[in-house]
Structures are given as C-alpha cells and as structure tokens.
Design a protein around this ligand. Structure first.
Ligand code: HEM
Ligand SMILES: *[C@@H]1O[C@H](CO)[C@@H](O)[C@H](O)[C@H]1NC(C)=O
Ligand SMILES: CC(=O)N[C@H]1CO[C@H](CO)[C@@H](O)[C@@H]1O
Length: 319
C-alpha cells in the first residue's frame, strides 16, 4: 500500500519537479519579471547593445556547466572562474545583473535565482530589439562551481561540422544551432577574431575568398594594422541592432559574414538549406529563435533542492 502511494506520488511529482515552468515566481515573487523588465528597459533606452551583451552571456552561461549562472561568479585567490577564460573576457553587463539582483533581494529575499535573471533579462532585451516575444520557463537554481578550465566553447574558425558536435554535446540539433547563431543578428566582434579573413586567410597571403570584396576593403580600413588597437565590427552589417532574419540574408546573398563560422553556415551543405529557409521568412525565424532560446535555456538546469539561490550573483553563498 505504502509503495502504491509513493508510486502515485512520484507519478504526480515527477513532471512538476523536472520541468521549468512559466511563472515559477507568480506566488513567491509576483513582481520578479516586472523588476527585471524595468531594469532592462532602462538600460536599453541608453544603450541598445545590451541585447547583444545578454544574448552572449546567456549562451556562455548555458554552454558551460548548464544554465546555472556560473558565468557570473567572480574569481577568487584560489579559483579562476569562467569569466576569466579567453572567450569570456568580452562577456559584459555583469553590473546590470547586479542591479536586478539588488532590487529582487529587496522585494523577495533569497527567492529569484541569478540563472533565471539571465534568462528573463535576455528574453526582455530580445523583445525590445524588435525580436520575438516569448514566455520563459523559470525555476532554475544557481550553481556553486565556476572554473575557467571548464570553458570549452566553440571557436569562430570551427567548421560547421565541428560546431555541430559542440552543440549536439549540449543536446542541440543542427537546426537549433543555425537558428541560435542568428543571435549574431546583433552585436559586434573584435577585429582580432576575423583579422586573418581580411588579410592573410589560412596562410594564403590573400583575404578569405568567401567574403564580399567590398566588405574586405571596408574592414581593412576599419580594423587598421595596429595590433594594439582592436576595434569591433557589427556582426550583422545591415540591421545591427534588430533581432531579425537579416543576418541570414547578409551571409546568404551578400557574403557579408564577419566571423568565418557565420559565412560557413550559408555555404556548408550541412546548414545552407536551413539558412535559406530562415532568410526567407522573418516571422518563422522569430518563432524558431524563441523556441531554440527556450531549449538552450534548459541545458543542464539545477532544480528543486540542487544548487542554491545566490544572494549576490558574483559569489557563492556562505554556508
Ligand atoms: C558556434 C557558435 C558560436 C561561435 C563560434 C561564436 C563566436 C562569437 C565571437 C568570436 C564573438 C565576438 C566576441 C568579441 O569580439 O567580443 C561573438 C559575439 C557574439 N555572440 Fe557568438 N558565437 C557562437 C554562438 C552564439 C550563440 C548561440 C549566441 C546567442 C544565442 C551568440 C551571441 C553572440 C552575440 C550577441 C555576440 C555579440 C556580443 C556583443 O556585442 O557584446 N553567439 N560570438
Ligand atoms: C537591409 O535590410 C532591409 C530590411 O530587412 C532590406 O530591405 C534591405 O534590402 C537590406 N539592405 C542591404 C543593403 O542588405
Ligand atoms: C578563442 C579563445 O579566446 N580561446 C581561448 C579560450 O579560453 C581558453 C582557456 O582560457 C584558452 O585556452 C583559449 O585559447
């Protein structure tokens, strides 16, 4: 009898405890999503690049140890944290997350996780940049571990096949990957990430033949030849602050991909047909981008009693 009861209980409890849910804080902190939205809106009003910053932060958080806000933890004298690793040194807007956390702790102490703040803030910033509006399932908890040595993100010179491996290790398909790289519809890249493409591609002494010639010329002038100066170029050369499908049109029709991987998406048979379908329909891009963001936001999340609710997003709670 007891077994039967536990069995029934498990049946009921499992789906609840294993899935994030939209409105997780509706009882425990009804203002949570409004507080996050307000801070993002304020920041967006003065700096539209906040959308790019948050998208990249969310990606880097989720791909290293899951979406557990490990990207936010500061290094200490005996730990080099994720944010100290190479690819992460240009992740930004940590102070904005602090600002939201401070307001959330004042309204509802020890309730809203830093991992959920990143997911919600990213969603709000995407909507402000005229991207899709979607509901974000919440209920993530914060991790206690953040190690630079674990940062193993795909690089900009990866082939599509290599990048696909890295995404499939996170449970994401090639479709998810191509849609998520649509995140490069906003934001910038430092010249150092694509310098070889405009000067000496793979030791050929010539620029990357897959890059539009006018863009090569423009970027050469823009980036200059002083290695101490490392400017940033827009990843989407047309609608640089709008979350739309224009990124796919730029790489497909104009060969204006900035990063090698971006241009490869349009050329590699593994991904080119996906690029074409996304380039053709902005509404469909929006829908698929929202779904893929939700899927990425589910990677190895901590739930229930796992992890903790950090009170300061930069430091693990004192036990
Ligand atoms: C194969 C996968 C990916 C590679 C190799 C890659 C690589 C890069 C690189 C090298 C930069 C330039 C960083 C800098 O110069 O500061 C960048 C920027 C960016 N990435 Fe990715 N990325 C990938 C996937 C993603 C995904 C999945 C997203 C989000 C959904 C994303 C969002 C962004 C954004 C928004 C920026 C601009 C950041 C800013 O302006 O501050 N990336 N990425
Ligand atoms: C820029 O994007 C707009 C809107 O998507 C499009 O109509 C236009 O053709 C694009 N222009 C260039 C030069 O790519
Ligand atoms: C692209 C890039 O900067 N890669 C670096 C990422 O971080 C690791 C660990 O710090 C470095 O070894 C990579 O070179």
């Amino acid at each position: 009898m007891n077994n039967m009861i536990s069995f029934l209980f498990l049946l009921l409890a499992l789906p609840l405890s294993l899935a994030l849910q939209v409105g997780f804080y509706s009882q425990s902190c009804p203002q949570a999503e409004t507080i996050v939205q307000r801070v993002v809106q304020q920041r967006f009003n003065s700096d539209k690049s906040v959308t790019a910053a948050l998208l990249r932060m969310h990606f880097h958080d989720c791909f290293v140890r899951g979406c557990d806000a490990s990207i936010l933890i500061d290094s200490t004298s005996n730990n080099q944290a994720e944010k100290a690793a190479g690819p992460n040194t240009s992740v930004r807007e940590f102070a904005l997350i602090d600002q939201m956390k401070t307001q959330l702790e004042a309204a509802c102490p020890k309730t809203v996780s830093c991992a959920d703040i990143i997911a919600l803030a990213t969603r709000d910033a995407v909507a402000l940049a005229r991207g899709p509006k979607y509901s974000v399932p919440t209920g993530r908890r914060d991790g206690k571990i953040s190690r630079a040595s674990e940062v193993n993100l795909p690089g900009p010179t990866f082939t599509v096949a290599q990048a696909q491996q890295s995404f499939s290790a996170q449970g994401l398909t090639i479709n998810d990957m191509v849609v998520l790289l649509g995140g490069h519809t906003v934001g910038t890249a430092h010249c150092s990430f694509f310098q070889d493409r405009i000067t000496n591609f793979q030791g050929t002494g010539a620029p990357d033949p897959t890059m539009d010639k006018a863009l090569v010329t423009k970027l050469r002038g823009f980036c200059g030849s002083n290695p101490n100066v490392n400017p940033t170029a827009f990843l989407d050369q047309n609608t640089s602050f709008v979350v739309d499908n224009e990124f796919y049109n730029q790489i497909k029709n104009k060969r204006r991909g900035i990063l090698q991987i971006d241009q490869e998406l349009a050329l590699d048979p593994l991904s080119s047909s996906i690029v074409s379908s996304l380039a053709a329909n902005n509404a469909m891009f929006g829908q698929r981008f929202a779904n893929a963001m939700i899927k990425m936001g589910n990677i190895k999340v901590l739930q229930g009693t796992a992890g903790e609710i950090r009170t300061n997003c930069r430091v693990v709670n004192k036990s």
